[in-house]
Design a protein around this ligand. Structure first.
Ligand code: ATP
Ligand code: MG
Length: 364
């Protein structure tokens, strides 16, 4: 079917003991794109992937590849005929097969063709010199790259990867992530990569599908998810947050930092104004006065330093605010470690604040 998504799930549901751990998940992957399924532990990511792979049956919903139904609750294409490659955290190479035989394992056709394809992929991941060695002779990172080559060898239209990098140490991981991404892009597979790490998703994804409590709460480009988050939790998933409360009057809410727009929010509705520490600016106290208000930064508000910590590339400063005694956090590039009790003035980038209505159930 022309222009059909490479992979599509419609309203996938999986229940365990009566609870929906995957709750009407509808996802769509474009050819050649990397989509990250991102969410906290236990939100249903692996279960979603397992249903797509065909190793777990959904209670309802459908899965399509290139517009063709591969699975609903009646009809089911077996896993090996879905053109889906798999790579999981606990990937296992076959210990009794050589590296080359591992990569060629899932391939059909003549021996020479299979061998050539295995050689080409091992060459691509920089391990062709290990072709006749055995898995136990390779480091963890090298085994990971062999597993990638093996998963890609049959030219799957879709690659499903479940936390494939979590077994690697940090320094190795960045290199292997980038390398993997390059190989996946060259091979043209569509990738659905599961992770609970926002940095990994930001680094790898063309699209992020943010999952929570079995549901997709937002899907979009990393830039959009970061800068136009769907709710407070979506902001908090990527960074520390600051929260102010206010009540809307005439599509505006007044705060100690000035007015914030709340378009479309009815009068009397309580809202939370959510912003990240990196969008707080700090200015010096001038005998009890701060900088002049501006359109962009609004009104300054005074706080005193509660603590300041050096985090490596930035410093994190916590303030106790004069206006309500609450705590706000600011990050400052490089080293900025004012001593406890120092009065300073804070302003907030108004265009980087998110205003969300407070739902009754979570009203304080
Ligand atoms: N076979 C099963 N029987 C009962 N409950 C299950 C089963 N498989 C998963 N669950 C439950 O479903 C929920 C979602 O599990 P899943 O493995 O999909 O989460 P996840 O998002 O991959 O988490 P993590 O990031 O920790 O891997 C969890 O509460 C889990 O305990
Ligand atoms: Mg999981």
């Amino acid at each position: 079917m022309p222009n059909a998504p490479r992979l599509e799930t419609r309203d996938l549901v999986r229940r365990f003991d009566g609870t929906a751990v995957v709750d009407h998940v509808s996802l769509s992957l474009e050819p050649g794109n990397v989509t990250c399924l991102l969410g906290p532990s236990g939100c249903g990511k692996s279960t979603t992937l397992r249903m797509i792979a065909g190793v777990e049956m959904q209670d309802s919903g459908e899965i399509y590849v290139d517009g063709n139904l591969v699975c609903d609750t009646v009809f089911r294409v077996p896993p090996e005929r879905r053109s889906i490659g798999l790579m999981f955290q606990d990937f296992a190479l076959f210990p009794h097969l050589s590296v080359g035989e591992n990569v060629a394992f899932g391939l059909k056709g003549a021996g020479s063709e299979r061998k050539a394809r295995a050689r080409a992929l091992l060459d691509r991941v920089g391990l062709v010199h290990y072709i006749d060695e055995y898995p136990h002779q390779l480091s963890g990172g090298e085994q990971q790259r062999v597993a990638l080559a093996r998963a890609l060898a049959p030219r799957p239209r879709i690659m499903l990867m479940d936390e494939p990098f979590s077994g690697l140490d940090n320094r190795l991981r960045d290199g292997i992530r980038d390398e993997t991404l390059d190989v996946l892009k060259e091979e043209g597979s569509s990738v659905l990569l599961v992770t609970h790490e926002p940095e990994e998703a930001m680094r790898m994804a063309d699209e992020i599908a943010l999952m929570r409590g079995g549901r997709i709460v937002q899907q979009g480009a990393p830039y959009n998810i970061y800068n136009a988050p769907a709710d407070k939790e979506a902001v908090a998933f990527f960074s520390d947050i600051n929260v102010l409360r206010g009540t809307v009057r005439g599509a505006l809410t007044e705060t100690p930092f000035g007015q914030f727009l709340a378009p479309g929010v009815p009068d009397g509705q309580e809202v939370e104004i959510v912003f990240r520490p990196q969008h707080v600016s700090i200015d010096f106290d001038r005998n009890g006065r701060g900088p002049n208000p501006t359109d962009m930064a609004g009104t300054p508000a005074r706080g005193v330093v509660e603590r300041a910590r050096f985090m490596g590339s930035e410093s994190l400063v916590e303030f106790r605010m004069d206006f309500d005694g609450g705590v706000l956090r600011a990050t400052v590039p490089n080293v900025f470690l004012p001593s406890r009790g120092t009065p300073l003035w804070l302003t907030v980038r108004r265009d980087r604040c998110f205003v969300f209505p407070v739902e009754r159930s979570d009203a304080a």
